[in-house]
Write a protein that binds this ligand. Structure first.
Ligand code: GTP
Ligand code: MG
Length: 281
């Protein structure tokens, strides 16, 4: 017999979760949280000292969740303070500034810091990560484009949003999707549901796009040694073309990478002297 079905239903519906923010100093972590919780923007930079803590109640789908937000200081000086707060986290807001490449490049180091603090038994797989490419209102100074950020995030199974704490763009949508994913995680016994893991592209495709973006010349782009033969160039080209063809690859940035590869092959073949190279195309 059900003692108090109404009460049981309510208990099932309310949830308490812990969320932390991570990312370099000055990327806008505190402003993103403030924009969502207080609907305002503070243009003056007030560095977070160690950690800021707040509790907020939010309604997501049919659920009310109580969120404990730990807003971390990004400055390396505060490492000793923030390292206490990585444990028992269900969600991470990972922020970089689209106008500051170093803050994007630092994302791996932030994940490494968290992993180290969680120790060998800590499981990063069952935490919801959302990557915020912040300050998109400063379009003129942008140095990390959307496909690069999205590729980094989605190839790790993380959510990705373009945000501006200044204008509010992307902020509500980001938090709603983030909290919704945390609810799914909690409903799934604290494990990331399998449906949220499929990104539709392989690690090999993501790695190839990243390598192509960072290549220093056409040889490097095709992954062949300078002075390679036509045959070698064509072989490398075919492999990449199959991997990244826009009909087959949905990874962010695949179309640009594919075009770059086609272009690199054309440039290289033009410069390989047919007379001195006996191999055919
Ligand atoms: P730490 O607490 O030091 O780790 O920095 P933080 O990541 O919390 O940065 P904070 O939110 O304090 O913002 C840093 C500066 O960037 C402030 O001057 C903000 O006004 C500004 N800022 C934050 N978000 C945006 C944004 O979306 N657009 C623009 N233009 N400026 C922003
Ligand atoms: Mg801050």
């Amino acid at each position: 017999m059900e003692a108090n079905p109404q009460k049981r239903k309510e208990t099932r519906k309310s949830l308490r979760v812990k969320v932390i923010s991570m990312g370099n100093a000055e990327v806008g972590k505190s402003c993103i949280i403030k924009r969502y919780c207080e609907k305002r923007f503070v243009p003056k930079y007030l560095a977070t000292i160690g950690i800021d803590y707040g509790v907020t109640k939010v309604q997501v789908r049919d659920r009310e969740i109580k969120v404990n937000i730990f807003d971390m200081a990004g400055h390396p000086f505060f490492y000793e303070v923030r390292n206490e707060f990585y444990k028992d986290t269900q969600g991470v807001i990972l922020v970089y500034d689209v106008g500051q490449k170093e803050s994007f490049d630092a994302l791996d180091a932030w994940l490494a810091e968290m992993k180290q603090e969680l120790g060998p038994h800590g499981n990063m797989e069952n935490i919801v990560f959302v990557v915020c490419a912040n300050k998109i209102d400063c379009a003129k100074h942008r140095s990390v484009d959307e496909s690069e950020g999205r590729l980094w995030a989605e190839s790790r199974g993380f959510l990705y949003f373009e945000t501006s704490a200044q204008t509010g763009e992307g902020i509500n949508e980001m938090f709603q999707t983030f909290y919704s994913a945390i609810i799914d995680l909690c409903d799934n016994g604290g494990k990331r549901p399998p449906s949220s893991m499929g990104v539709g592209f392989t690690k090999e495709q993501a790695d190839a796009i990243r390598r192509i973006r960072n290549s220093k010349d056409s040889w490097d782009m095709l992954g062949v040694k300078p002075g390679a033969t036509r045959d070698e160039v064509n072989k490398a080209y075919r492999k990449l073309a199959v991997l990244l063809h826009p009909d087959k690859c949905v990874a962010p940035g695949s179309e640009d990478a594919f075009k770059a590869v086609v272009n690199a092959r054309t440039v290289l073949l033009k410069n390989i002297n047919v007379g001195t190279d006996a191999s055919s195309t």
